[in-house]
Design a protein around this ligand. Structure first.
Ligand code: IMP
Ligand code: MG
Length: 185
């Protein structure tokens, strides 16, 4: 059974990398750009669960034109902070995307495997267009050649938590992005 108290929880939070204010400002800008460029077109925002649920919630509220929301579940990390190298789609979209301009909303672009696979899969379903927006990008970690259309923050090769991102399912509820400290017990 997991037994996590506040002291234990806090000691893994090494330092804040991106503050709530910085996230808020970047999302406001991104929402405006989407609203300006997609006005009058059918938009489907597709978020990749679970990590992107917080980003999706804030981004969709920064978009001022009509848009629809869809979810899929893709998993690439199975435990702790190391990448398994396997991407599994555990829940698919319940949408025929052929009549939509799709924007994939992702939390973090790391090795690139998840988005590479998801983009390939969704492109094969012939959306009107397909773009990717990611909150965070760790370019140093890339193993497949993949670039997001928009990335709000580029960060160093550090394992991060908060704002939807987890370590073993915890820390998603932090309102900011922090570095996870693996050195403490
Ligand atoms: P990729 O397929 O390696 O690009 O992995 C992307 C996925 O791995 C993200 O959607 C996250 O769920 C997870 N991930 C990658 N880096 C981190 C991190 O620093 N903290 C938490 N989750 C991460
Ligand atoms: Mg994710």
């Amino acid at each position: 059974m997991k037994q996590q108290n506040i002291e234990n929880f806090n000691k893994h939070i090494k330092g804040v990398l991106v503050t709530e204010e910085e996230i808020k400002a970047a999302i406001a800008k991104a929402g405006k750009n989407i609203s300006d460029s997609y006005d009058g077109r059918p938009i489907l925002l597709v978020s990749i669960l679970k990590g992107a649920f917080v980003f999706m919630a804030d981004l969709c509220r920064a978009i001022t034109v009509p848009c629809e929301i869809g979810f899929m579940c893709a998993k690439s990390y199975y435990s702790g902070t190391s990448s398994s190298g396997v991407v599994k789609i555990t829940m698919d979209l319940e949408y025929d995307i052929s009549n939509y301009h799709v924007i994939i909303v992702e939390d973090i672009l790391d090795t690139g495997r998840t988005l590479n696979d998801v983009v390939k899969m969704l492109k094969a379903r012939n959306p009107l267009s397909l773009k990717v927006i990611t909150l965070l990008d760790k370019p140093e970690r890339r193993v497949v050649d993949f670039k997001a259309d928009v990335s709000l923050f580029t960060i160093e090769d550090k394992f991060v938590i908060g704002y939807g991102l987890d370590c073993n399912e915890e820390y998603r509820n932090l309102p900011y992005i922090a570095e996870y400290d693996e050195s403490v017990e």
